[in-house]
Ligand binder design. Structure first.
Ligand code: FES
Ligand SMILES: [Fe+2]
Length: 426
């Protein structure tokens, strides 16, 4: 049973266990993650300035749902399920556009930017149809750091307690991330990576620097302490500002100077790199002159899209666009880090289905904080660990209940045991 497996240290107190390989390969577990994590929690979807004028819209996939994000005339950006309330056709059938209304291409039901049903063939002969009631189904929206965050749950968790709470825990105080003025920055570069790996491998990789000396030669030149294997994110969720090397002038691929520093960066944030994970799908990296933000969109149990933005002061981006300033050395550093990390994740993914990894792997002490991510994951998919408040009785009940439901066929004894544990249903 995996819960016990996590609670008990591996032989030798230096190592802690990871989830079994199946956690990274099983489509049923992935569906459970979609339902319990990505469709319930706050997701960072797109930059608010990518929808700059009224009527401009984009579609996005969150969990197993497609949504429309549209800038309204008066109430900022709204989001709706991309599902026509008549008979269900996708209302928006391309990735983006700009329209005065959103019209379904099947029977022409037409929705205003605020979601209400404003027109349909013969609608006036059906005066009992409530145009609000039959409007597009709304999705909860927040704007923060210049991004649009959505939560598909009908009754969303508090943005303050979850997203801001996560940042507060990591950065110590939300105010210190405020020093970077991220909401006022502009995007100088965006790169999209199609990573053939489970989203959890990408988070686990991002949380540790045990691998830095092996695969990140450029990064460890700029931040020599990363070569010692200690990550910016530490136990208890605290973030450590990792110092630039003595000769390093900026966070660039060759350590040369970067661009204009962000004006409100505090003295103790100068010449330092900070990184935090905002679960379930965002990484924020800050350096004195720019900010790098990753958004992850899991596609399947073995494939994840990662979108990475490099954010600079608006005047810097104006110069980039005018061709008078070159930030390629700034962008290149984290682009290489991304490529190196994602390559490692892709070379790890196939092993997740190996019998040699059936029981999972090990976390060394500098990776022990990742165990907290694993506990969060187990709880989020409805699999509380023995240390949670629900206690062993509820846990045993959940496992027993699941054992009755388990329909794994043709599985060997040990893999069936592993399956029942991770698939346990609350
Ligand atoms: S399904 Fe959209 S108008 Fe009929
Ligand atoms: Fe890395």
């Amino acid at each position: 049973m995996i819960i016990d497996h996590l609670e008990e240290p591996l032989p030798g107190s230096s190592l802690k266990p990871t989830p079994p390989g199946e956690a990274y390969t099983d489509p049923e577990i992935f569906a459970r993650e979609q339902e319990h994590i990505f469709e319930r929690q706050w997701n960072c979807v797109l930059r608010a300035d990518s929808l700059s004028t009224a009527g401009q819209w984009k579609t996005a996939t969150i969990g197993r749902e497609e949504i429309i994000l549209v800038r309204t005339r008066k109430s900022g950006i709204a989001a709706y399920f991309n599902v026509c309330r008549h008979r269900g056709m996708r209302v928006c059938t391309t990735g983006e556009g700009r329209n005065k209304t959103l019209q379904c291409g099947y029977h022409a039901w037409t929705y205003g930017l605020d979601g209400e049903l404003v027109a349909a063939p013969n609608l006036t002969s059906m005066p009992d149809v409530d145009r609000q009631e039959y409007g597009l189904k709304p999705v909860h929206v927040r704007e923060w750091l210049g991004y649009v965050w959505v939560c598909l749950a009908e009754d969303p968790s508090s943005f303050e307690d979850t997203v801001l709470g996560e940042v507060r825990t990591s950065f110590g105080e939300v105010e210190s991330i405020d020093n970077y003025g991220i909401e006022n920055l502009a995007c100088g570069e965006t790169k999209t990576y199609d990573v053939q790996a489970n989203w959890k491998l990408i988070i686990e990789n991002f949380m540790e620097c045990y691998h830095c000396a092996t695969i990140h030669p450029e990064l460890t030149e700029v931040i020599p302490e990363f070569a010692d294997g200690l990550a910016s994110q530490r136990a208890g969720g605290q973030v450590h500002g990792a110092s630039f090397g003595g000769e390093v002038e900026g966070f660039t691929v060759d350590g040369s100077s970067g661009v204009s520093e962000l004006p409100a960066v505090a003295p103790d944030q100068e010449r330092k790199y900070y990184a935090i994970t905002v679960r379930p799908q965002v990484f924020i990296n800050t350096v004195p002159d720019h900010v790098i933000i990753h958004r992850m969109f899991p596609i399947s149990e073995s494939r994840t899209t990662v979108v990475c933005d490099w954010l600079f002061l608006p005047e810097v981006v104006e110069q980039i666009n005018a061709g008078t300033l070159d930030v390629s050395k700034s962008v290149e550093l984290f682009h290489r880090v991304n490529q190196q990390d994602f390559n490692a994740c892709e070379l790890t993914q196939p092993s997740m289905s190996s019998t040699a990894y059936r029981g999972g792997g090990a976390l060394v002490p500098s990776e022990h904080h990742i165990a907290e991510f694993h506990s969060w994951w187990y709880e989020s998919i409805g699999m509380p660990t023995a240390s949670s408040s629900e206690g062993p009785a509820a846990e045993a009940e959940a496992v027993a209940e699941h054992a009755a439901e388990d329909v794994v066929e043709d599985a060997g004894e040990s893999s069936a045991e592993a399956s029942s544990a991770v698939r346990s249903t609350p």
